[in-house]
Write a new protein. Sequence first.
Length: 128
Amino acid sequence: MKKHSKVLKEPELIHVKLEYNEVLQSKKDILSLQMDIIKAITTIKKYHFLRTMEMQKKEDLYAQIKQLNIKHKKLQTILPKLKLPKILQKHQEIEQVIKKDEIISLPSDQNLERQLQEIQNRLQQLQK
């Protein structure tokens, strides 16, 4: 077996003649690209800094929420439980049912249904 030796050929040089205005414009373009790259890098650095700050704030907030939950549970164990009369318990149950009904019928759903109806009306008018 013969080993083939790889010989790197020197690339052929091609000379291109450029006018002074073309060279000047290309230098301006290169400089403007460099400026854009520097601006992009500073923007990325600012974004990274702001994201790290946001993450720190979120961690602090989660820690505070956790502490509040612990304190809330301690208070619930320490404080005596309130015994409501049966009449008030029924009243609270009724209020809870009403609140659930309010949650189910969101105004945004009605708005979407209204918009859908308007679009269907427009389609019907266009088909006539």
